[in-house]
Design a protein around this ligand. Sequence first.
Ligand SMILES: Cc1cc2nc3c(=O)[nH]c(=O)nc-3n(C[C@H](O)[C@H](O)[C@H](O)COP(=O)(O)OP(=O)(O)OC[C@H]3O[C@@H](n4cnc5c(N)ncnc54)[C@H](O)[C@@H]3O)c2cc1C
Length: 368
Amino acid sequence: MSTTADVLVVGGGIQGCSSALQIARRGLKVALVEKNTAGRHASGVNAGGVRRLLRAAPEIPLSIASMRLWHEIEALVGDDCGFKVSGQIAVAEDEEGLKALEARAAEVQALGFTHEELVGRNELFEILPALSRHCVGGLVARDDGFASPYHTTMAFRRAAIAAGVDLREECRATGFARKGGVWRVETSQGPIEASTLVNCGGAWGGAVAAALGEPVPLEPIAPMMMVTSRMPEFVTPVVIGLQRKLSFKQMPNGTVLIGGGHRGVPDTARELSSVDFQKLVVSARTVADLFPIMRDAQIVRAWSGIESRMPDDLPVIGPSSTEEGAYHAFGFSAHGFQLGPIIGAIMADLVTTGRSALPIEPFRLTRF
Ligand SMILES: Cc1cc2nc3c(=O)[nH]c(=O)nc-3n(C[C@H](O)[C@H](O)[C@H](O)COP(=O)(O)OP(=O)(O)OC[C@H]3O[C@@H](n4cnc5c(N)ncnc54)[C@H](O)[C@@H]3O)c2cc1C
């Protein structure tokens, strides 16, 4: 016998759990299927950066709206999610980098946003006393921060269940057909029928889109992370490299989390990824160049996670172009954690009204 729901969400990452939560809070009956366990993939293993800084222009309104939700995250999901307002700062290492930051600050201001502020050498070293003296300036978003990714995704999962979501883990959606206005989705735990389908499949979201007759040029990637043993407290904000790949933060327990764009090797078929040690060495050198104190750091662990990247580094958010009653939110291109809270609200708006008050047109699937 098939299960019925108003809405079936595929994928139990932050986007799926946040969407299921918000849709259920609008009074609809929601089923959420996750082929592994919730938070098993990108949402549970990412760097936890909660960043508006240096967002692509089309993402800025969404990122700002999501940040408002982050600042009230406890009210949203009943948990602080380890969220800390630390600020985030991008660092220029020479005059060329400083010019790029000046151009960026002017561009963002021209768009009418005020969250990115240029800082010169003096303020840069006040904010980052341990930074190497060769650096010349920075761009800061003072109300940005970081959170704990697995903790956060579990908080959204728990809140979704409390809102009545029927969560099925170890449950893979394998076939999608729509007849008479009703989706019948085959899963490893039997068929589920629902009038609306929401695809939050992450790196596997492209397979769901393809099954709906709208293939996308999604590239699975495997961003990498390293963590050190505890260090004396030396840095408060999250530091972003401008001219070299780096994202860097010291956690409340003193460990330092290093990421920022170097990639390992994804294997979406086996649902695994592996690290590339050569590239981790480059990452470690960058950190030691920018923060001399890190020359004594000990790396204790490294990992990678599977994320989906679109060719323009923007996600796919919005209605299916081929099927009524289907919506997509995938392809977050290595920076979707911060957007998680607002994606749930956007998907709930789309499902219940067919529209979003936020400008999601740049994220339409048909742009490729
Ligand atoms: C190492 C790393 C560092 C990152 N750092 C940051 C950061 O600092 N800040 C930031 O904002 N973002 C960051 N990101 C990106 C962020 O983690 C992702 O953009 C975000 O987690 C994507 O969420 P999601 O729900 O779309 O995907 P996922 O978390 O991958 O969830 C998708 C889920 O769908 C399930 N699924 C797929 N197909 C099916 C199916 N057919 N049936 C059932 N279930 C299915 C999968 O098993 C998966 O659990 C990072 C990513 C990585 C990997």
